[in-house]
Design a protein around this ligand. Structure first.
Ligand code: MF3
Ligand code: CO
Length: 249
């Protein structure tokens, strides 16, 4: 499938979706604390999604059972919310959520610190988020998709981090996953040319240790094979003639 170009009107609708999603993320963030379970975060998200009249983009997607993915510490992505144990000081939790409003999707993730985290983990969060913003800066008309991927790679490899390869960002619009795939590695100056009206979910997934991940028996939770800590940040970003517009800010 070719990369779809959205009209200004469609991008407005995606902004509406993105603003709602940010409110969900804010509600979840307010619930993150020592002693909370990831199911507490799920409940906060469910309540906010309902209040906003939005639809979860995740629940029921290939049978996924929740509106959030909550991935703790060595879990990379797609952790399923549960009540089997509480968050402790020093943990991190990556919260990924997507919603649909008026047929248009938005998708965003953030990794939260719980209580006091170690300097090494704090640095992982800073660098991963900074690599997302470096990538967003490359989401400009006339650039190449590889410029976005390479921006993440350069910033994270400089710190010796492992860049997850099995999972990638994606185009987004009337579906959660559209073309193109948006890897977090690869050469600059290569790949499709970026055009006004493209909308991308850019989402670095970065490990303190090696890049390798595996999926647990539950069929969803991706963890680092070496047990190292992993972070995930994601925004839905529109490419416009005036530059990148973060729809999930
Ligand atoms: N946010 C994820 C992505 O960007 C999708 C989550 S998978 C789901 O691809 F099953 F939880 F929906
Ligand atoms: Co995504």
């Amino acid at each position: 499938m070719a990369i779809q170009i959205k009209s200004a009107n469609e991008i407005d609708k995606m902004r509406t979706s993105g603003i709602a999603l940010r409110q969900v993320h804010n509600a979840v963030k307010a619930a993150v604390r020592v002693g909370a379970t990831t199911m507490d975060l799920e409940r906060a998200a469910v309540a906010k999604i309902e209040e906003l009249g939005a639809i979860s983009a995740f629940k029921g997607y290939h049978g996924y059972p929740a509106v959030l993915c909550t991935s703790v510490n060595n879990e990379v992505i797609h952790g399923i919310p549960h009540d089997r144990g509480a968050l402790k000081s020093g943990d991190i939790v990556s919260v990924d959520c997507g919603v649909i409003i008026d047929g248009y999707y938005s998708d965003a993730a953030v990794t939260h610190a719980v209580g006091e985290i170690s300097p090494a983990v704090a640095k992982l969060l800073r660098v991963t988020e900074a690599s997302l913003y470096a990538a967003i800066d490359k989401a400009v008309v006339g650039g190449r998709l590889g410029d976005i991927s390479n921006a993440v790679q350069v910033m994270c490899e400089r710190e010796g981090y492992g860049i997850v390869r099995e999972f990638v960002g994606h185009g987004i619009g009337r579906n959660m996953h559209e073309d193109p795939q948006v890897p977090n590695f690869g050469p600059a100056g290569k790949g499709p040319r970026l055009k006004a009206g493209m909308v991308l979910a850019i989402e670095p997934m970065i490990n303190i240790g090696t890049a390798d991940v595996k999926v647990l028996e539950d069929g969803w939770t991706a963890v680092t094979t070496d047990g190292s800590i992993s972070a995930h940040f994601e925004h839905t970003v529109a490419i416009t003639k005036d530059g990148p517009v973060i729809l999930t800010r």
